[in-house]
Design a protein around this ligand. Sequence first.
Ligand code: ADP
Length: 677
Amino acid sequence: MFDKILIANRGEIACRVIRTARKLGIRTVAVYSDADANALHVSMADEAVHIGGSPSKESYLLADRVLDAAKLTGAQAVHPGYGFLSENAAFSEACKSNDIVFIGPPVGAIESMGSKSAAKQIMEKAGVPLVPGYHGDDQSPAILKQHADAMGYPVLLKATAGGGGKGMREVWKSEDFDEALEAAKRESLSSFGDDRMLVEKYLTQPRHVEIQVFCDQAGNGVYLFERDCSVQRRHQKVIEEAPAPGMNPMVRAAMGDAALLAAKAINYEGAGTVEFLLDKDDTFFFMEMNTRLQVEHPVTEMITGQDLVEWQLRVAAGQDLPLTQEQLQINGHSFEARIYAEDPDNDFLPVTGTLSYLQPPEESPHVRVDTGVLQGDEVSVFYDPMIAKLIVWDENRDRALSRLAEALSQYRISGMTTNVEFLYNLATAEPFRKADLDTGFIEKHRELIFHKKAEEVERYVPLATLYLILKRNQDAAALASQSADPHSPWHATNGWRSGSANVHDYPLLINGEEVTVLAEQIDASRFSLTTRGSASEVSIQLSGSLNGSGLHADIDGHRVHASVVAHDGIYSLFTQDAAVQFSVIEPDCGDLDDEAAAGFTAPMTGTIVALPVEAGTPVKKDQAIVIMEAMKMEHTIRAPADGTVVEFYCQPGDLVDGGAELVNFEAAKSESKADSE
Ligand code: ADP
């Protein structure tokens, strides 16, 4: 076994690898960029080497710097994690020629799977079923389109060098093909330095089911069952689980065998994942093989009781696989939810900021948190905005799902918008509980998950108001206890006013809906609420108590339990079946953005990629006006109405801050009002 390894990565995966290395008595070396000088992975490692500037191109992607760091510190092996250099054949080759072990598959295997199209050719030969499509070398746009037209729409454009859903575009009709191809190529070029594309038949309701394989240097191979990663946004996974719900054992075995066939076809070694699309009728198609550890590997660890990083280290050191296929068993059920700094209500755009408060749920045999950040850390524009992975386990799916919901409701993050409430709504949605999964799940259940409807929102108003009243009373009591005259009526914030009724006005913004609530205090613990929102006026009586973040309420005799997490003046309310956000509308903060102007501020910090129209040109509603990129994802800003771009305040290549004004746009006078919305 190795004495010392270098981890050529950052964030949660670097920390996770360090944990296993430490358990095995292996010393660790971290590498870091300028932005990561104080990062958790750096402080966890025994040694750390600075390798360059904050953008990954100037640090984590520089093979030479990483190798120099390994040589400098005498590391015998390099663990590449996922992303960055993990699937870079040249890097693996360079390690080898410097007598440093690359903890991953042999160069040939990375090369074979590095291109999605070459991989498909190999798999086709090995008899592994493929999604129908074009994966040829002729890349002229006309040829690509011809294949798409012949195949019939919808089709999916994919970067052959792709990963992480980047450089991927669905095309639903022939007319949209050219614009989609350009965007996919651009995104692919900027992410992978390569803009070759393949065209596939787009399956509309498949599940994403992948098989974890492991092979050793002696030629033994096993599969550690499957993961279902169907719940995705922007073709990127958000919640993964193992085993796949409702999996037929015969199909599992067939997929496992096909995955091992794929691995054997390329003389695989180490950890790998073979991704399949599984159709409603249980037919499955090879999508790609990832020649590294996956982000979602923990769910496999939870159901098999194995440490996959330990397996990787053992195999790389020349040992045999720790277990045979017969010894491997599935025990219970596990979920992983990816906690991201992103705004689900704004097309899941990444957000940046400082984690001013960060308190994950407590870890236990049922709850695991893999993270690379601490309170006070920055989620910067330079790297993936994932804050943590929340992993839960229990003996069956229903119980594991309850664990997931509970742990999500305990996750406290302030300083930026995150997807925690969104994940909670997903985890508590009935179709998810019923495991009615496919890759269109989020789209299909949009209404349910995003909780946008006014009548839905109003159900939470009493709880939100009760929380505010009780919190106010609590704060007042705390203040009073510090005062020289604790019984002075001036400390009371319960609505008591000399000579008037105990009535209080709560103008609330709840999931974007404005609602005004009149709260009247009946006695010490009972209140009467009258709500005036977009739905009809209702009046209810309620009482309750607040204990930390736990809210116990009695609403017209119905007792419920909820929890509320406050952050930066915004409150997240978690009830048994949903999470909502609310805040108190401060007087006079009200000017709602002019709709036409709203689209023209940068939705996030990022780089301007292209300005597809000239200033002064008339444009049609929905025409692309500005193309931005942040965290390697392209975002197109479109005209909200017919009108004219008067002036651009940015140039291609500019780095702009989120909220910065980008364009001076004038909506065409007459139709614009009728058109917008
Ligand atoms: P990446 O390597 O960028 O992650 P994948 O090839 O793994 O890309 O695909 C990512 C996701 O895109 C899949 O999990 C699936 O949801 C969707 N997808 C890929 N190919 C198809 C297809 N042919 N039809 C329908 N969905 C697809």
